[in-house]
Design a protein around this ligand. Structure first.
Ligand code: UD1
Length: 424
C-alpha cells in the first residue's frame, strides 16, 4: 500500500505551528542508547517512519524500545544479536549509526549496506576508516559487512577527510566507550552533533568541543542513561518558512531555533519575505507580494545553507519574478524533484549539482512522485502555489521526516489530504 499526498493550491497560509524534535537528532540518540546501561527516555519524539526503523533495530538486537505518549523509552538489555536486521537497515541511511555502538558493546557487528534517500553515492568509508584506526577490522562477505574488535576500541587522534555528519557521529559514539582519549579533527559542526554530545554527557561521557571542528572525548567503559529532549527540527522549520514563501500569507514558528536555520531565513528575506524574530525560540515569516530571484545559492556544511533545505527553497522560488539557481555542493542528485516541478509548469533545469530556476508565470496541479524525503516535501510546497489539485505519489518518502505533512499544512490553512493508494 503506497501513500499519496493531495494538495489543492492557491490558498495563502496563516497560523502558528510548534516545531517537533529533530529527526536527525533523534536517530543518532536512539543509536547511542545501545551504549547505555540505564533507561533512556527521549521526549517529544515525532512518529516518523525512520524513528520506527530505529526502534525496530533496537528490538532486533535485544532492547525494549517503546512509545509512551510522545516519549520513547529504551530499556537496557544484554545484547541478543550483533546482526543488524536487513529490512530497516537497507531502507535508512542513519542505520549506519548502529555500527559503532554494537561493535563497542559486542566486539562484533554484521550488517548489509545502509539504504535511504538516493541523493547520489553515499559511501561509508570515513565511518569505516575511523573505526579501523580505533582497532576494528573490516570484512565483506558477499553483501554483508562485518566489523570486529574483540579486544575493544581504543582512542585516536583522527582527522576526517570531509566533515561528514554521520561519520562524526559514528566516531563520537565509538570514542565515548573506547579505551583512552580521542581527538576528532575536521569534525562536522551541525547542531545535531552538539545534541548527541550533550546526550552522551548526560549519560556520563566526557566530551568537549562538539559543535566545533575539534572534538575531544575521554573514553568511558560504561554509560548510564538519561531523560533527554532533542533539539527542534531546523529542516521542518525551514519547510514551514519555505511553505509560506511559496503559498503567501504568514506563519509563526514556535519552539524553533531561528539561528540554526538562519541561512534559509536570510535567503527568504533576500527574496522578499518578511522575517521577524520573536525571542530565542520563535520566528514569524510572511509573504505579501511576489518574490524576486536571488541569484545563485550554494549549499554547504553547517553553518552554510543546509543541503536538505535546497529543494524547499527551490520550491519557494519557482514563481519569483527573476532567476535563481541553487548549487548543492554536498550531494550529486539533490534535485530529483525537478521533474515534478516541471510537470506543474515550473521553468527549471537540473544539471549535475545545479538547479536553474527561471520565472514561471503560474503553476498548475499535476500528478507527481516523491523521489526522496526533501524532494517530496518540496513538491508539496510547490503544490501550495499551484492552481488546482496536485497528487504526490510515493508520499511514504515524505513520512520519513514529517510526522503528518497533510496535517502540518492543514493547520496553516492549506487544503490537503493523505490517502492510501493500492499498488497493482
Ligand atoms: C546527514 C543527514 C542528512 C543531511 C546530511 C548532510 C542524518 C540522519 N542525515 O546525512 O539529512 O542531508 O547529513 O547535512 O543526520 N561521505 C563520504 N564518506 C562517508 C560519509 C559521507 O564520502 O563515509 C559523503 C557523502 O557521500 C555525502 C557527504 O559526505 O556526499 C555528506 O554526507 P554526510 O555528512 O555523512 O551525511 P549523512 O550523515 O549521511
Amino acid at each position: 500500500m503506497s501513500k499519496a499526498l493531495v494538495i489543492t493550491g492557491g490558498r495563502p497560509l496563516s497560523g502558528s505551528v510548534e516545531i517537533p524534535s529533530a529527526k536527525n537528532s533523534v536517530l543518532p540518540l536512539l543509536a547511542a542508547s545501545v551504549l547505555c546501561t540505564q533507561p533512556v527516555r527521549l521526549t517529544r519524539v515525532p512518529r516518523l517512519s525512520d524513528v520506527m526503523r530505529c526502534t525496530a533495530i533496537l528490538e532486533a538486537i535485544g532492547f525494549s524500545a517503546r512509545r509512551e505518549g510522545t516519549d520513547i523509552l529504551v530499556e537496557p538489555a544484554a545484547l541478543r544479536s550483533a546482526n543488524l536486521p536487513t529490512g530497516p537497515v537497507s531502507s535508512m541511511r542513519a542505520s549506519v549509526l548502529f555500527l559503532a555502538p554494537v561493535l563497542a558493546r559486542m566486539g562484533r557487528v554484521e550488517t548489509c549496506m545502509p539504504g535511504g534517500c538516493r541523493l547520489g553515492p553515499r559511501p561509508i568509508d570515513i565511518h569505516l576508516d575511523g573505526l579501523v584506526h580505533m582497532g576494528a577490522t573490516v570484512k565483506w562477505k558477499a553483501d554483508r559487512l562485518i566489523l570486529e574488535a574483540p579486544r575493544g576500541l581504543h582512542g585516536i587522534d583522527y582527522t576526517l577527510r570531509f566533515p561528514s555528519v554521520g561519520a562524526t557521529e559514528t566516531l563520537l559514539l565509538a570514542a565515548a566507550c573506547a579505551r583512552g582519549a580521542t581527538v576528532l579533527r575536521g569534525a562536522a559542526c551541525e547542531p545535531e552533533i552538539r545534541d548527541l554530545a550533550e546526550f552522551l554527557k548526560a549519560c556520563g561521557a566526557s566530551i568537549t568541543g562538539a559543535g566545533g571542528p575539534v572534538i575531544c572525548i575521554s573514553g568511558r567503559r560504561e554509560l548510564g542513561g538519561a531523560v533527554f529532549s532533542p533539539l527542534p527540527d531546523r529542516i521542518v522549520a525551514a519547510t514551514v518558512a519555505c511553505a509560506v514563501a511559496s503559498a503567501g500569507g504568514q506563519a509563526t514558528l514556535r519552539r524553533c531555533d531561528p539561528f540554526a536555520f538562519s541561512p534559509v531565513l536570510a535567503a527568504l528575506q533576500q527574496a522578499g519575505c518578511e522575517v521577524e524574530l520573536r525571542g530565542a525560540e520563535e520566528v514569524c515569516v510572511a509573504r505579501t507580494g511576489q518574490l524576486k530571484g536571488i541569484g545563485r545559492v550554494f549549499t554547504g556544511v553547517y553553518p552554510g545553507f543546509p543541503t536538505d533545505a535546497a529543494p524547499l527553497l527551490a520550491a519557494a522560488l519557482l514563481c519569483a519574478a527573476s532567476e535563481s539557481s541553487i548549487e548543492d555542493t554536498v550531494f550529486e542528485n539533490r534535485f530529483s524533484c525537478s521533474a515534478g516541478f516541471a510537470a506543474m509548469g515550473a521553468e527549471v533545469e537540473a544539471a549535475g549539482h545545479v538547479l536553474e530556476i527561471r520565472p514561471a508565470k503560474r503553476l498548475h496541479g499535476a500528478h507527481v512522485r516523491a523521489g526522496d524525503l526533501r524532494g517530496g516535501a518540496a513538491l508539496a510546497l510547490a503544490a501550495l502555489a499551484a492552481e488546482g489539485e496536485t497528487e504526490i505519489a510515493e508520499a511514504e518518502h515524505i513520512l520519513r521526516g514529517y510526522e503528518d505533512p497533510a496535517r502540518l499544512l492543514r493547520d496553516l490553512g492549506a487544503k490537503t489530504a493523505q490517502k492510501n493508494e493500492t499498488v497493482s
